[in-house]
Design a protein around this ligand. Sequence first.
Ligand SMILES: Cc1cc2nc3c(=O)[nH]c(=O)nc-3n(C[C@H](O)[C@H](O)[C@H](O)COP(=O)(O)O)c2cc1C
Length: 196
Amino acid sequence: MLSAIMNRRSIRNYKNLQVPKHMIEEILQSGILAPSSKNRQPWRFLVVTGNAKDEALAVMKKGISREKEHPLLPESAQYLSGSENTLRIMEKAPVIIFIVNSIGIDIHSSLKPEERIYEICNAQSIGAAIENMILTATELGLGSLWICDTYFAYKELCDYLKADGELLAALALGYADETPPSRPRKSMDDVVEWRN
Ligand SMILES: Cc1cc2nc3c(=O)[nH]c(=O)nc-3n(C[C@H](O)[C@H](O)[C@H](O)COP(=O)(O)O)c2cc1C
């Protein structure tokens, strides 16, 4: 098995150190090389650092506050405090990459079955790209965190970022300032069924 698969952890504490641009480019290139449904390559990556990162995260914070007052995702209220925690992690990471499904449909619209299938296929493609990117980051000695808590500020972030598509996730990158243990996994017996 690839050592990056074994060694990767979600990193939630980062050193105050910049990441060289060539490393960010290598990570992005590994995402671009991912397989995608019908080779649609639906991803777009918005890389934010410095002031641009501060501004984007201020928008995310506003979105989370709005969500508390006027929820667009009322059934997920129990996860709101987790999103504030994720925001604090993002503030510490020197690089945030927002990942957009450039042909995605707004999460607040209802979908026909075929549209839903396209969305599922495109989301899988983007998941493959993100996995490539976090494994490359690990290989380069960087920590990373795959983030979906951006959904609480979906509307605000899409408007602010002029995302032109569906904001699917964010990826925090930086030098790890922690060495978390591996989190438990279900066993093969729990999740695999062999049929001969
Ligand atoms: C699709 C996806 C979304 C995630 N969103 C968040 C998030 O918003 N905040 C966070 O702290 N961790 C997030 N995580 C990280 C998971 O909590 C983590 O992968 C899981 O607990 C297993 O730990 P490990 O990555 O260290 O193996 C996300 C992971 C995935 C795959």
